[in-house]
Design a binder for this molecule. Sequence first.
Ligand code: ACO
Length: 335
Amino acid sequence: MFKSKILGLGKYVPENVVTNDDLSKMMDTSDEWIQERTGIQERRHIKKGDGNSTAIMGLKAAKQAIERANINKDDIELIVFATLSPDYYFPGCGVQIQEGLGIKTCPALDVRNQCSGFVYGISVADQYIKTGMYKNVLVIGSENHSGGLDMTTRGRHVSVIFGDGAGAAVLSRSDDDSSGILSTHLHSQGEYIDELSLRGPSTEKWVPEIIAEDPQEDIPYYPKMNGQLVFKNAVVRFSEVIHEGLAHNQLKKEDIDMFIPHQANLRISQFIQSKLGLSDDKVYNNIQKYGNTTAASIPIALTEAWEKGKIKKGDLVVLAAFGSGFTWGSTIIRW
Ligand code: ACO
């Protein structure tokens, strides 16, 4: 059995900064409400005409990760792309990355696991490398949330939370037995499908049908979220799946050197941090600057933490996510 390790990391966020005060000009909200409930101060939104999309941002992050991995784009043998906001209904963004990188042909796999998308993507990449099928796998998480949010008071409980951006990682076969991905742990619970979802357009409800219905009460083409239920489940599942990963590797919470939670909400991250008894220097949060970027949030945060020198060789790094589905997962890495 081979081992995989993260060889290169990259990120990209659009230049356009949208502050809480900017949002309060579009809807009935306030900086105080948003910061108190979520910790978010600002986020990035694609600006019409700036040339960005989910795939384009993913491509920018991927190019940086490949360069830092010090490999050639043609060494990439599999692309795994995680998003809930693809450019096309079909095909997925993976093929846009293959084309954008100028790789002749290679498999491109699209993962649809929302906030857990990057952890699911890492797990897929890790399995392919472990079995010896591929040596280098590119995993991307990217989201263009601003293209599909209800930016009126009606959608404020959801729209203030989300931001745009992308992150990427190159996972490669490693000869070093003492470091790399130790394990990944994935879960889902479809019972809660409607508690955090975007129902249509879909093959069940296509656009003309949606428009024909009176959309005043429950608009199926904007995201819907039962915030309090999500919060309650998130804190339980985050904790469970981190302990599952630690136990699997005979490790304890005291062994964690850096915890990178999916940036769902600063209050959720702080709750988990206190349950794990971790000091501030062992947790990396950047939701204050970028909002919740769903599949992109972990790779953006991981890249930023690494760029700031907060992750060193030998560190035990824990990634964990929870989101729509519900889905959740963790990745335990010896750096
Ligand atoms: N600005 C001002 N007021 C608002 C806003 C807003 N943006 N949104 C809602 N309100 C109002 C509501 O209308 C309500 O008013 P009312 O009391 O007059 O009816 C009041 O604020 C309280 O609303 P709640 O929905 O009960 O607010 P709550 O305290 O639950 O906070 C929040 C909402 C922040 C979404 C919280 O439930 C939460 O953080 N949940 C977790 C969800 C999450 O993190 N989602 C991220 C995406 S999923 C993921 O990544 C895991």
